[in-house]
Design a protein. Structure first.
Length: 474
């Protein structure tokens, strides 16, 4: 459901009692948590008992399972997930009563008003970069508020209402939400075509990032990873408009550079150089070049905000990851299992590079679940080509999410494009059959990686159970 953004977005404290339709999602649960922590009366409903609900209930937020008109109760404002259907009874009730209806983007903007906001945008790496920046700021005792699209391992939460002036927010471009925010500063990790089911063309998608520049405070700044061609072009446009740009990357033209990159198993190290000044080495507990660049962008933003390198470095070094971003799920019988959210060809390639470093001498086995029919139609062949960096691949059917099935666009499109011998690629449409397929292929020393933005995340625990049943020891 796409709701219009009101001309005036009120601060959360002026919204009255707020009810969330779809409170169990990553986005709405984060907003609800911050409002509740600030004393705003909050209720919510969802059709699933998601992992985000227990911590909300601990704050005293009533979270109903299932949707019903009476759940709206005495709410003054209703915040609605984009996944809600047009006939949702709670939305219909809110409309009948003439209540204030807000999309997710307006709900987040309402809790950011009055804070110094750093919005983290980009096609890939938003959640990780937002989490890294939050961890770095926490280590500097900045006590920021934050809203992340995943769970921050350091806190076990996806949001908090800090007492400091800073607010770090993941700024989602998929539905244009980032064009609602008014940040002091922004970080853009990269700009590549995605979400064309919403934007229509690559040109329109890229233009949305140009429009995002107009949302940034002219007295603020933009951090861009200029190793990425799309972000580099955006940085040039921003400079032409008079906005301060901090370029980061490995390239010689970057203002803050990462040099001497080293990858050792599940860790990474690099040296930070600002201009001609060598600031020092940063150690990360996450693998892969793309995570180094995410950390560098977070570090550069922290430095520009006036925070000390030592504190920022400490925060980055203590970061153990965000859930579903190269997350270690366990090890049985010498087989390690990781899970990651990658669903775009570039993300797949980056996580497979990281997995290769972690696996060492072992093989990399991947279970990939394509996400959305529209994305698979556009990028299915490129997804398969990226999966060719693994040793063995199991492809599941498309996770439909908000779309209807298309018999012409299935996981087979991806499987057929994987450039590996047929015996090393399997198309297994049913998720329930995938764990056994992976375990049959796995041997000691291997790394099993489950990839995708849908239900593929459920495979890891089942794979570990089957490995143990096969005779392995944890």
């Amino acid at each position: 459901m796409k709701l219009p953004v009101p001309d005036e977005i009120l601060p959360a404290e002026r919204l009255g009692r707020v009810h969330f339709v779809g409170i169990g999602g990553a986005g709405l649960s984060a907003i609800a948590r911050i409002m509740a922590a600030r004393g705003v009366p909050v209720t919510g409903s969802d059709d699933q008992d998601t992992p985000f609900l227990p911590s909300l209930r601990e704050l005293g937020v009533p979270c109903h399972l299932g949707y019903a008109a009476e759940h709206v109760a005495d709410a003054d404002t209703v915040v609605v997930t984009t996944a809600a259907r047009e006939d949702n009874p709670e939305v219909l009730e809110a409309r009948r009563r003439g209540l204030r209806l807000l999309p997710r983007s307006a709900g987040l903007q309402s809790v950011m008003l009055g804070r110094r906001v750093v919005a983290v945008a980009g096609t890939h790496g938003k959640t990780t970069t937002t989490s890294l920046l939050t961890s770095a700021l926490l280590a500097c005792d900045a006590d920021p508020s934050y809203a992340v699209g995943g769970v921050l391992s350091a806190t076990g939460r996806n949001a908090d209402a800090g007492e400091g002036e800073l607010f770090v927010a993941e700024a989602d471009e998929s539905d244009g939400a980032f064009l609602v925010y008014t940040p002091h500063a922004a970080v853009v990790t990269n700009v590549e075509a995605d979400h064309l089911d919403v934007w229509g063309t690559e040109e329109a998608y890229r233009q949305a990032f140009v429009d995002f520049l107009d949302r940034i405070d002219p007295s603020g700044f933009l951090v861009c990873c200029t190793d990425d061609a799309g972000a580099a072009e955006l940085a040039r446009t921003a400079r032409e408009r008079g906005l301060e740009v901090v370029a980061v990357g490995e390239g010689a033209d970057a203002d803050v550079r990462a040099t001497d990159l080293r990858f050792e198993g599940a860790s990474s190290r690099f040296t930070v150089v600002r201009g001609r000044e060598r600031l020092g080495e940063v150690a990360l507990q996450i693998p892969g070049r793309h995570y180094v660049l995410d950390a560098l962008a977070a570090l550069a933003a922290g430095l520009r905000l006036g925070l000390p390198f030592e504190g920022l470095r400490t925060g980055l070094a203590g970061f153990t990851g965000s859930r579903r971003r190269m997350e270690a799920k366990g090890e049985v019988a010498g087989v390690r299992v990781y899970d990651s959210y990658a669903h775009h060809p570039v993300e797949i390639a980056g996580d497979l590079q990281a997995a290769r470093a972690v696996a060492g001498e072992g093989r990399v086995l991947v279970a990939f679940q394509p996400h959305l029919v529209s994305r698979t139609r556009l990028f299915g062949t490129a997804m398969g080509e990226a999966l060719g960096a693994a040793d063995e691949v199991v492809v599941l059917d498309v996770y439909l999410a908000r779309e209807d099935a298309d018999p012409e666009v299935t996981g087979a499109v991806v499987a057929e494009a994987v450039p590996l011998p047929s015996g090393r690629v399997a198309y297994v449409p049913d998720l329930a059959d995938a764990p056994a397929e992976l375990v049959a292929r796995a041997r000691p020393g291997d790394l099993v990686l489950t990839l995708g933005a849908g239900s593929v995340t459920d495979l890891g625990p089942r794979v570990l159970e089957l490995l143990a049943a096969r005779g392995g020891d944890a």
